[in-house]
Ligand binder design. Structure first.
Ligand SMILES: CC(C)(COP(=O)(O)OP(=O)(O)OC[C@H]1O[C@@H](n2cnc3c(N)ncnc32)[C@H](O)[C@@H]1OP(=O)(O)O)[C@@H](O)C(=O)NCCC(=O)NCCS
Length: 368
């Protein structure tokens, strides 16, 4: 077995300066892993975009550890550890990736435990990780009585593959399953009928507000509240996550990161005309390096405004706007908890179809 050492990697200031070559190797490892899972480059991240996405911000400390072959110094694997800094201070998020040729030699395990130690040293007691699986690949033959899967009754969607076996072996429990769905816009009828239906139901007094990129200054406080609510209103399964802390500064920070990562958000919000209050929002994201793919981010309707079909209205309207604003867009991906029947049914009516699953796993650290 190749001898390895585990080392911190600082995110470099630029790709062509010191540390740039190592970062390019890491970015490539991450893209290779995504291609391996999905069989396409729909989740490809340019190195420049990853440089911004893997850097720390005032709300997240992001650390990277790499496993290097002692002799050649080649990077054989990497773990990214993300530590929230303004809420959920008991948690951390890990993602381990090992180069295909270096697998099954304990590299992933060493990387993981180095990250776990670092998380514990930073006062974290709960670690979370995600595994991704293409639908129909591997047998979803996980034993329903398995101790680590006891947290969810949707475990049947997660195959017993390398990622799931690895997470289970390290002591993680599966707490939530997300369905990954895709809408092929060539099959999409524009959602006009759905939109009209929703508009009729919404005549209760809501108007739609749209923006691209930066939120208008007069709405930013209300938008921060919606973002905060989103962190707890979507199903969390058994994940030990508390409400996130959002304010105007955090919204602006997230917008600045979008610019650095070279993507743009198309936001649609519903405003209650009587009170002026924002009742909900939905967000589509488009990366400039690949305009054929869009990603659905948040969709939320605040509790007091539910039951008016605002979710459908906003989503259909924002998809129509995507087609106008980005004529080259061909498909849209979305992630929803398998237990989130309301959101799944909206997406199914719009034409989204399951292409895969993401497992959300959690481990309580022994030292806690
Ligand atoms: C999952 C991954 C990180 C494992 O890395 P690795 O260096 O091969 O892992 P290790 O050699 O330390 O394996 C530790 C344990 O995980 C489980 N495991 C790893 N790969 C497995 C496989 N292909 N099939 C079944 N079990 C597997 C085994 O229990 C293994 O212990 P064992 O070898 O004593 O049986 C690697 O396959 C990978 O990079 N996959 C793509 C990225 C990913 O899915 N990351 C998971 C995020 S949690």
């Amino acid at each position: 077995m190749t001898q390895i050492s585990i080392e911190h990697v600082a995110v470099p200031a630029s790709l062509d300066g010191p540390g740039g070559a190592d970062f390019l190797a890491i970015a490539d490892l991450m893209n290779t892993q995504q291609r391996e899972i999905w069989g396409n480059d729909d989740f490809y991240g340019t190195p420049q975009s990853q440089l911004a996405g893997r850097s720390s911000t005032p709300t997240r400390r992001r650390l990277i550890l790499a496993a290097r072959a002692v002799e050649s110094r080649e990077i054989l694997g990497v773990v990214q550890l993300n530590l929230p800094l303004t809420d959920n201070l008991h948690t951390g998020n890990v993602n381990v990736v090992v180069a295909p040729d270096a697998r099954r030699q304990g590299v992933g395990t060493q990387l993981y435990f180095a990250a776990e130690q670092l998380a514990a040293a930073n006062g974290r007691r709960m670690l979370m990780t995600e595994t991704e699986h293409l639908a129909g690949v591997g047998k979803a033959d996980v034993d329903p009585d398995r101790e680590d899967l006891a947290g969810t009754d949707t475990a049947r969607f997660i195959p017993n593959d390398a990622a799931a076996s690895f997470a289970a072996k390290l002591g993680f429990r599966l707490e939530l399953v997300d369905r990954v769905s895709r809408l092929d816009l060539s099959d999409y009828d524009g959602g006009n009928a759905l939109q009209e239906q929703a508009a009729a139901a919404a005549r209760a007094g809501y108007e739609l507000v749209f923006w691209r990129g930066a939120c208008p200054q007069d709405l930013v406080g209300a938008y921060a509240q919606l973002r905060q609510k989103m962190s707890t209103d979507a199903p969390q399964g058994g994940l030990d996550l508390a409400e996130e802390a959002w304010d105007e500064a955090r919204v602006r920070e997230a917008e600045a990161r979008e610019v650095e990562m070279d993507y743009e958000s198309l936001v649609c919000a519903a405003r209650h005309t009587g009170s002026g209050e924002l009742a909900g929002h939905t967000v589509l994201e488009v990366f400039r390096n690949n305009l054929s793919v869009a990603y659905q981010d948040d969709t939320l309707v605040l509790e007091g405004h539910r039951g008016h079909r605002l979710g459908m209205l906003m989503k259909a309207a924002n998809l129509a706007r995507l087609r106008e604003a980005v004529p080259g867009a061909e498909r849209v991906y979305t992630w929803n908890a398998e237990e989130n029947r309301y959101m799944l049914s909206i997406n199914e009516q719009l034409g989204f179809r399951a292409v895969g699953y993401a497992g959300e796993w959690q481990k309580q650290l022994a030292s806690a």
